[in-house]
Ligand binder design. Structure first.
Ligand SMILES: Nc1ncnc2c1ncn2[C@@H]1O[C@H](COP(=O)(O)OP(=O)(O)OP(=O)(O)O)[C@@H](O)[C@H]1O
Ligand code: NI
Length: 331
C-alpha cells in the first residue's frame, strides 16, 4: 500500500460570508483543497472571485464586523484553525503560517528602520536577545539578496525600492521559519524583471526552508513559472483543480479556457488577449445553477438549473465543476 504524505494545510468545505444590507452572502463557497508539503499551489481567477478572502480566512484576518467563517475546517498540523482560540491563532500567525501581500508599504512601519522591524518580528515570535535578533535580521536581509545589507538595516522603508521592500517583507515572513507561506499577489506591483527575480528567489527560499506556498495571482505566466498545481476560482468556488501542465494543456472548464485566452502569459504576445465577456457576479446575485452559466458559450438548460459539483475529470488529480464540457476540452 502506498502511503500519502499528510497535507501541510487542508481546507475542507470552507465557507466565508459577508453581511450586505442585513443578509449574509458567501464569498467563499465550500472550498476544499490540500496544500502538500513543499508544494506551490496557485490560486487564479478574475477580480472578486474569492482568492484573497480564502487566504484571509485561513489566518482569520477577516474584518471583525460583517464577516464570518460560516462552515468548514482549516486543518493544520492536526488542529482546526477555524475553532482555535484567538490566543492560539495569534501564535500560528507569523510563526507557522506567514502571509505576504501586494503592497509591502502598507504592512511596514514607516517610522521604524527596516532592521528594527525585522528584529522586532523575531523577538516577538522567537524570543532571545535584541543583539541576536539584529544579527538574524542581517542574515535574513542577506538571504533575500538585498545588496549591502549591513548599511540597509538602519534605513527606513521609504528608502527602499518596491522590489527591495517586497524582499524585506519576505525576510520578515521567513523570520520564524513558517511551514506555510500565503502570498497574495506579492509581485503584481513590481516591474516585470524585478517580478521575475523575486519569484525565483521565493522559489529558492521555499526549497531552502521546506515551505509550502499558496500563491494568489492574476498572471498565468507567473503560474507557469512558480506553481505545481492550480486552483481556478469563480464566484467563490473552485471550478477546476489540476497540475500546471494539465491545466495549460487541457483546460476542462469553459471558464478556465476563457481565462487562458484572457490572461497575460509569458509565452505569448499580449495583443492576442481576449477579454471574457460579462463580469463576475456580485455576492448578492450569484446564479443558483452554475455560477458561470450566464457567461458560458457552452451552457445548456441544465446549467442554469443544477449546481454542478467539483468531480474528477477522468484524468488523475484533475477536478472540474462542469458536466457539459465540450468534447476534446474547452479550447
Ligand atoms: N470586507 C468585505 N466586505 C464585503 N465584501 C467583501 C469584503 N472583502 C471582500 N468582499 C467581497 O468578497 C468577494 C471576494 O473578494 P476577494 O477579495 O476574495 O476577491 P479576489 O479574488 O481576491 O479579487 P482580486 O483579484 O481583485 O484581489 C468580492 O465580491 C468582494 O467584493
Ligand atoms: Ni485579492
Amino acid at each position: 500500500m502506498t502511503s500519502f504524505p499528510r497535507p501541510a494545510l487542508e481546507l475542507r468545505n470552507l465557507r466565508t460570508e459577508f453581511r450586505i444590507g442585513g443578509r449574509w452572502y458567501p464569498a467563499v463557497r465550500n472550498v476544499s483543497v490540500s496544500l502538500m508539503p513543499n508544494e506551490t499551489l496557485a490560486v487564479v481567477g478574475e477580480s472578486g472571485s474569492g482568492k484573497s478572502v480564502t487566504a484571509l480566512s485561513i489566518l482569520r484576518l477577516l474584518p471583525h464586523a460583517g464577516a464570518r467563517i460560516q462552515g468548514g475546517e482549516v486543518l493544520f498540523e492536526g488542529q482546526d484553525l477555524v475553532t482555535l482560540s484567538e490566543r492560539d491563532m495569534s501564535t500560528i500567525r507569523g510563526n507557522s503560517i506567514a502571509m505576504i501581500f501586494q503592497e509591502p508599504m502598507t504592512s511596514l512601519n514607516p517610522t521604524m528602520t527596516v532592521g528594527d522591524q525585522i528584529a522586532e518580528a523575531i523577538l516577538i515570535h522567537r524570543g532571545g536577545s535584541r543583539m541576536e535578533a539584529k544579527a538574524e535580521a542581517l542574515r535574513l536581509l542577506d538571504e533575500v539578496k538585498i545588496p549591502s545589507p549591513k548599511s540597509r538595516l538602519d534605513e527606513y522603508p521609504h528608502q527602499f525600492s518596491g522590489g527591495m521592500r517586497q524582499r524585506v517583507m519576505i525576510a520578515m515572513a521567513l523570520a520564524c521559519h513558517p511551514r506555510v507561506l500565503l502570498a497574495d499577489e506579492p509581485t503584481t506591483a513590481l516591474d516585470v524583471t524585478i517580478q521575475a527575480q523575486v519569484l525565483s528567489q521565493l522559489e529558492e527560499l521555499k526549497q531552502a526552508y521546506g515551505m509550502s506556498m499558496l500563491f494568489i495571482t492574476h498572471n498565468l505566466g507567473v503560474v507557469a513559472q512558480i506553481a505545481d498545481r492550480v486552483a481556478v476560482m469563480y464566484a467563490g468556488e473552485i471550478v477546476e483543480l489540476a497540475t500546471v501542465d494539465a491545466l495549460f494543456a487541457r483546460p476542462m472548464h469553459p471558464y478556465t479556457a476563457a481565462l487562458l485566452r484572457a490572461m497575460p502569459r509569458a509565452d505569448r504576445a499580449n495583443e492576442s488577449l481576449e477579454p471574457i465577456p460579462g463580469s463576475v457576479p456580485v455576492l448578492s446575485a450569484v446564479p443558483t445553477g452554475c455560477a458561470y452559466a450566464p457567461r458560458c458559450p457552452f451552457k445548456d438548460r441544465s446549467c442554469t438549473e443544477l449546481h454542478p459539483e467539483l468531480v474528477s475529470s477522468g484524468d488523475p488529480g484533475h477536478m472540474v465543476r462542469c458536466p457539459v464540457r465540450p468534447v476534446g476540452g474547452a479550447h
